[in-house]
Write a protein of this length. Structure first.
Length: 292
């Protein structure tokens, strides 16, 4: 196999920061966010001009093949975070804190959040939960680490929620979501993901809190939007959430390419002459003399 030298990407864009988030909310400019788990994807997202990149714990499912997000570890998250950090320079890089990396104690939460910055090259972290995570958010931000919150459908609580189900669909549940959003903002979170909540509720919450909201399955009233890149590109076929818009079907493209490769090799159409290294006739003759 051939080897190539991979150059570190350089971006001409100004670095996106938490201040950028606040300024965009004040100006009414939508924030664009995508996930990435590897170097080439991070490079492409950076080049496209996306604001933040989330190294999401959904890599457990879309990259590592687990049934849900619960099995992914800190070491696995950091491995992918480092690859993304090498590929993207301008976006704000957010590391998703995996299950049990912040729930046991505030001390664990701060320590693991710090690892995302020290060892993973991230600029910020994201964690799930509302009022029950307020102390952790305060402690992490107190250590100088920006925190993005996550309310609504929180995948790490999939068993407690009874599956991947929309949240906040009743008056009481909506009130609790609003209160949790306000608590997280007061605790120091710089932004908040709202996942699978009613659009009118997400818009109301967005207007009631000072920090930007990033919606996924939460309508257009949020201050920004996020999608899982594998869903957007049509790379994950196990299921596609209702709120996903597929901008490509790369899984189908890959299937076609792999089948064509199989057929070309089987019929000896590949490699062709243009894919082959040749020896001159003189050297070939000399080779035969050498081996006789």
């Amino acid at each position: 196999m051939s080897t190539t030298t991979i150059a570190t990407t350089t971006s001409t864009r100004k670095k996106v920061t938490t201040l950028t988030f606040r300024q965009k909310k004040e100006r009414g400019e939508p924030i664009t966010m995508l996930t990435a788990y590897d170097y080439p994807t991070a490079m492409s997202i950076d080049k496209a001009g996306i604001d933040p990149i989330l190294v999401g714990d959904l890599l457990a499912m879309v990259v590592l093949g687990y049934e849900n997000t619960l099995p992914v570890t800190m070491d696995e998250m950091l491995h992918h975070a480092r690859a993304v950090a090498r590929g993207a320079k301008a976006p704000l890089l957010v590391g998703d804190m995996p299950f049990m990396s912040y729930q046991v104690s505030v001390e664990d939460a701060v320590r693991n959040a710090g690892r995302f910055l020290q060892q993973g090259g991230m600029d910020a972290v994201k964690l799930e939960g509302g009022r029950e995570r307020a102390d952790a958010v305060r402690a992490i931000t107190g250590a100088g680490i920006p925190v993005m919150g996550h309310l609504g459908l929180t995948p790490q609580s999939v068993h407690q929620l009874g599956g991947f189900r929309a949240q906040g669909k009743t008056a009481s549940a909506g009130k609790r979501l609003l209160e949790d959003a306000q608590i997280l903002a007061e605790a120091g979170a710089f932004s908040l993901v709202l996942e699978s909540v009613p659009a009118r509720l997400a818009e109301y919450i967005s207007k009631q809190i000072s920090i930007p909201t990033i919606g996924i399955g939460a309508g257009t009233g949020c201050d920004g939007q996020v999608l899982v890149t594998h869903d957007l590109l049509g790379l994950f076929e196990r299921f596609t959430p209702k709120f996903v818009r597929q901008y490509a079907n790369l899984h189908e493209t890959m299937d076609k390419a792999f089948t064509e490769y199989l057929n070309d090799v089987s019929t000896r159409q590949f490699p062709a002459a243009e894919h082959t290294v040749e020896m001159s006739d003189e050297e070939w003759a000399a080779f035969h003399k050498e081996v006789k």
